[in-house]
Design a binder for this molecule. Structure first.
Ligand SMILES: O=C1C[C@@H](O)[C@H](O)[C@@H](O)C1=O
Ligand SMILES: [Co+2]
Length: 296
């Protein structure tokens, strides 16, 4: 039995942060009401969420939802460090006020994740040793800034960025201080990249402090590779879906996390076109699969 694990769902299935035109017509109120209706107790922050913390707390409180975390793009390898730290402190203070304990950080220096035409598997950035040095030093700084508020940073490995593969995650974990940098484990990004997601899970279990549950449609992942599509085209085509609807068997993932005594959030995060995949229907599907496979 999981103890101290809460279940959230990300708003990205309702309105996409990377392509706000997907689900552009869906309101914030519809999104959070359907999250609660589907049986989730938390959410991450999307682009339609009010930034006024009192207004947001009221809207979430009415529906029994909490904020688990929110994404932060760092540019430690491509811009002066102060630009990242200044924006980070604002983001940290907002999340702290909302009661979150972890801050999702992903390095976007030279990232191709937001480029509609750039082939995902050919042109992802590969950091030089100098860029690695700036990334590690900058992440340690962000970890210190998070600790000032009793929070942690959780690093999000991501398709189309300099930290995508198991090898890159291994180096990041080896070169960062476990007291300053934790890992966000995202099943979908690992499987889409072609990594052994269970090996990554077991190797870095002690560093994992946040989990994104995302499933992959393998036939679309293969097509993306063959037809040299971009990350955004892959998402539009439906490469990601909710747990239980794709190729990943989540039972061993849940079993390993439970055996390790993982505490924190599981966030269902399955961006796809809401005009094709009804967000409430898919949220309900995910909720029921997770109950079946993990007892949560
Ligand atoms: O955590 C995430 C946030 C999104 O904006 C991102 O593109 C998605 O793929 C993801 O895993
Ligand atoms: Co994610």
């Amino acid at each position: 039995m999981f103890q101290g694990v809460k279940l959230a769902i990300a708003p990205i299935g309702w309105t996409n942060d990377d392509m706000p035109e997907l689900g552009g017509e869906i309101t914030f109120e519809q999104c959070v009401s359907e999250m609660a209706l589907a049986g989730f107790s938390g959410s991450e922050v999307g682009n339609k969420y009010p930034r006024n913390t009192e207004v947001l707390k009221k809207a979430l409180g009415l529906r029994g939802l909490e904020i688990a975390s929110a994404w932060f793009s760092s540019f430690l390898t491509s811009k002066p460090c102060e630009e990242t730290t200044k924006a980070f402190m604002e983001h940290r203070d907002f999340l702290h006020e909302m009661g979150a304990k972890v801050i999702v950080v992903s390095e976007q220096g030279n990232s191709i994740q937001g480029q509609m035409e750039t082939p995902l598997f050919d042109q992802k950035p590969v950091f030089t040793d100098e860029e690695w040095g700036r990334l590690i030093e900058g992440l340690h700084l962000l970890g210190d800034l998070a600790a000032e508020k009793g929070m942690k940073i959780v690093y999000h490995h991501h398709m189309g960025t300099g930290i995508q593969t198991a090898e890159e995650i291994n180096r990041l974990m080896e070169e960062t201080d476990p007291d300053k940098v934790s890992l966000l484990y995202d099943t979908g990004h690992l499987v889409f990249s072609g990594e052994d997601h269970l090996q990554v899970l077991n190797k870095h279990m002690s560093r994992i402090a946040h989990v994104h549950l995302k499933d992959v449609r393998s036939e679309i992942a293969n097509k993306v590779r063959e037809e040299k599509m971009s990350f955004l085209q892959a998402v539009k085509q439906g490469v990601f879906t909710v747990p239980g609807d794709g190729v990943i068997d989540f039972k061993p993932v849940f079993d390993a996390l439970e055996a390790s005594g993982y505490k924190g959030w599981f966030v269902v995060e399955a961006e796809q076109d809401p005009a094709i995949a009804n967000p409430l229907e898919y949220a309900l599907k995910a909720r029921s699969y997770i109950r079946q496979q993990s007892g949560l």
